[in-house]
Write a protein that binds this ligand. Sequence first.
Ligand SMILES: NC(=O)c1ccc[n+]([C@@H]2O[C@H](COP(=O)([O-])OP(=O)(O)OC[C@H]3O[C@@H](n4cnc5c(N)ncnc54)[C@H](O)[C@@H]3O)[C@@H](O)[C@H]2O)c1
Length: 391
Amino acid sequence: MNTVSRVGVVGLGTIGAQELALWQRAGLQPIGYDISEARVRSLGGAANLTTRIQDLEPADALILCLPNLAPSGENSMAAFDHFVEAAQSLSPKDRLVVVASTVPIGFTRNLAARLGSHGRVVSHAPERFDPGRGTDLGEIPRVVGALSAEALDLTISLYAKAKVPTHPVELVEVAEASKLLENSFRLVNISFINEFAELCRRLGIVAADVIDAAATKPFAFMAHQPGVGAGGTCIPTMPRYLLEAAKESGIEMPILQDAVSGNAQVVKRVADHLRELLSASGIKRAKVLVVGATYKPNYPDARASAALAFARGLAAHHDVVVYDPIVDTTAFHEDLPLVRELPRDRHFDAVVIAVKHKDTDVAALRQLSPILMDLVRGAVEATESISSRKR
Ligand SMILES: NC(=O)c1ccc[n+]([C@@H]2O[C@H](COP(=O)([O-])OP(=O)(O)OC[C@H]3O[C@@H](n4cnc5c(N)ncnc54)[C@H](O)[C@@H]3O)[C@@H](O)[C@H]2O)c1
């Protein structure tokens, strides 16, 4: 193979849709393939979208943007098994296969072997897109590892066509591990900052003020924002692939293990703190407004949202209303009452800011209740609490 002139994108979810747009802008007439009719329909009437794998025939590169989680949220590479099988119905011409998904270490090499004649030219260029950040895919450099010099060169020149900078690494396993390191690094830091934020809330100081102060150090500190725990389909789950690799290597990674389990406990620890604040006011069953339902700020996706898990847990004991003006309700399979507008005329026993979108009006929220837990600032304001002391 000398060059790639037509790209096929396999899996058209959050990432596949981004890749599709990238290659459209680069003029490579991408063909998008997904097994879900609904997904293909939801992407609108764009040409070259299909649920038939045979329609990928004209593509000379396939970018795999397949999920690595089961619908239940467990880690699972089953979508790749399905793809390996389906790919056998394509003609065995040489195609570059680029694995863009986050995958376990060793997965790409194994996938190439399983693809047989379709797996001769294979690379891994893990996707680093951060939904809601506003950074275009083309502005984020890609680490590229490959199983041959040919695959590496082809992948680098392919991404150059879309003006995406690349960082080649010698072994494909280095590329796989780099992506898992990025996700794990983030989770360890988020878990720690949430632990720290709880301490600040208990001490009656504002975590955000401490973080801002620490961030004036010009080196060796990276500010992280607290919240209700890392949600979404990447950060809480991808580190499990590193833990599996550690287990297979006969070692333990207690810091990462604690970060994974600590992240899952944030929701309960915040609920415990809230219960203490409420019982200090003599309230057992409270009216609670949870602010934010998405898995991250300024982005409507509520899949695997820690804020929703928090609201759901709270609703077993309290009357909970969720306020989120931007959440996408197609994924909102909840019995929880959801309001789009700030309920200014209602009174709550507590307001908990779980996710702070850019227009969140904290001053207005403060008027709705005597207790305001702002998890994003790492602050609690409560009439009965130590944090209400004025200096
Ligand atoms: N979402 C993110 O923010 C993000 C960021 C960086 C990396 N990633 C990685 O990118 C990959 C894709 O993530 P996503 O968020 O786009 O997932 P997603 O769940 O939004 O989309 C996956 C898509 O693949 C389709 N699909 C499933 N099995 C298929 C098959 N056998 N053949 C064709 N299509 C199939 C699904 O119908 C769905 O449309 C994952 O590995 C993820 O870790 C995601």
